[in-house]
Write a protein that binds this ligand. Structure first.
Ligand code: ADP
Ligand code: MG
Length: 400
């Protein structure tokens, strides 16, 4: 069912509570990558350009001790947001109380306020992460409407997304998705539930065990499932092939066998690999076909596999990619991921989607992200979406 979005709301003169994902890397008060702040700008601008009052909040890192508060304050984030918006942002160093309530009461239409890290509430009995009902109700009482734009935490049931949404709805106040959330639902949701065929899934990364849910769900939906990366060799073992010292999950070999039996020729495995004697960029490496020789580990798919995968992908209308094809962090084993990324960029007729924390990092690092249709902003959240799970943060948004 379609979800209510911010453009369905009348935000004029309204106090719009907005859950953003400002969980950015901060070191000594300095923000590293500010992509997540940039990604929230369209929704924030929409609210203020339509004369709403934008009251923003997010978690930042994990707050376990009183000491963590110094490193994990939202103050530098407020400054960066102000720079990006080109207007002042009021920062309130509290998550509740008179100072926050007074600051909200003082807001004029078009103003922006950011309050302190929602996880500061975790020091008091895990109120944020444990979705404390009273906390969700309190935050809901601060505004007229709630917009959730934090896809990255949508797989969690916290007070700042699910708790507040539940309380808003109970008070007959609207709960809507922001534009970023809307985009994630549109691309990830449509790709999996309503794909244009041929639909090809590319699954890689380190472990079969991390991806069982994704493999199962996508095997049902996709026309072909390409397997690459470290998980390949658990499948090789299941086929009785030699794997040398490659990554393997011995306790998942049986499961890999079951998956292969069930999937028949839907699964496409690499036919060659780049192998080395050690998990190291600076050791001799070579390409081998099929079996991995004793004393060698497979660290990337080989050139023949790249061609074979491209052949499967060339007519695809939908491609979902999760998991790098090799150890892309090392230049000698990045080729498979790089070439598949480049090839996806040439599929102008297809919707191409990347989800997963390391996969997103890989396409960005290798510079192949620009030509893809959608790169998800949520690591864990996108994986759970690809598993076909209902994400609590999305479920809590009002339907249209
Ligand atoms: P994502 O975060 O996108 O879901 P994963 O966490 O499953 O992806 O996998 C990413 C990791 O898999 C990378 O760090 C990469 O180095 C590793 N990897 C890929 N291929 C291999 C391989 N052949 N052997 C060992 N590790 C691999
Ligand atoms: Mg990962």
């Amino acid at each position: 069912m379609a979800k209510l979005t911010v453009s369905d709301l009348d935000v004029k003169d309204k106090k719009v509570l907005m859950r953003v994902d400002f969980n950015v890397p901060v070191k000594n008060g300095v923000i590293g990558d500010d992509n997540r702040i940039v990604a929230a700008l369209p929704t924030i601008k929409y609210i203020i350009e339509h004369d709403g009052k934008a009251i923003l909040f997010s978690h930042l890192g994990r707050v376990k001790t009183e000491d963590d508060k110094k490193a994990l304050t939202m103050r530098p984030v407020a400054q960066r947001l102000s720079d990006l918006l080109g207007k002042p942002v009021t920062f309130v160093p509290a998550t509740r109380g008179k100072q926050l309530e007074d600051a909200i009461a003082d807001m004029k239409d078009g103003d922006v306020l950011l309050f302190e890290n929602t996880r500061f509430e975790d020091l008091d009995g895990k109120k944020e992460s444990g979705n404390d009902q009273e906390l969700g109700q309190y935050w809901a009482s601060l505004g007229d409407e709630f917009v959730n734009d934090a896809f990255g935490t949508a797989h969690r049931s916290h007070a700042s997304n699910v708790g507040i949404a539940t309380a808003m709805k109970a008070a007959n106040k609207p709960v809507a998705a922001g534009f970023l959330m809307e985009k994630e639902i549109k691309f990830l949701g449509n790709a999996v539930d309503n794909p244009k065929h041929p639909f090809v899934a590319i699954l890689g990364g380190a472990k079969v065990s991390d991806k069982i849910g994704v493999i199962d769900h996508l095997l049902d939906k996709a026309d072909k499932v390409i397997i690459g990366g470290g998980m390949t060799y658990t499948f090789y073992a299941a086929k009785g092939m030699k794997i040398g010292t490659s990554l393997v999950e011995k306790d998942k070999v049986g499961l890999a066998k079951e998956i292969l039996d069930k999937a028949g020729d839907k699964i496409v495995l690499p036919s060659d690999s780049v192998v080395a004697e050690k998990f190291d960029n600076d050791v001799p490496h070579k390409v081998v076909e099929g079996d991995i020789p004793d004393g060698y580990m497979a660290l990337d798919i080989g050139p023949k596999s790249i061609k074979e995968f491209e052949d499967v992908l060339k007519d695809a209308k939908t491609v979902v990619w999760n998991g790098p094809m090799g150890v892309f962090e090392m230049s000698n084993y990045a080729e498979g991921t790089l070439e598949i990324g480049k090839f996806l960029g040439t599929l102008t007729d297809a919707t191409t989607i990347v989800g997963g924390g390391d996969s997103t990092a890989a396409v960005k690092q290798l510079g192949v992200g620009d030509k893809l249709t959608h790169i998800s902003t949520g690591g864990g959240a996108s994986l759970e979406y690809l598993e076909g799970k209902e994400l609590p943060g999305i479920a809590a948004i009002s339907n249209k």
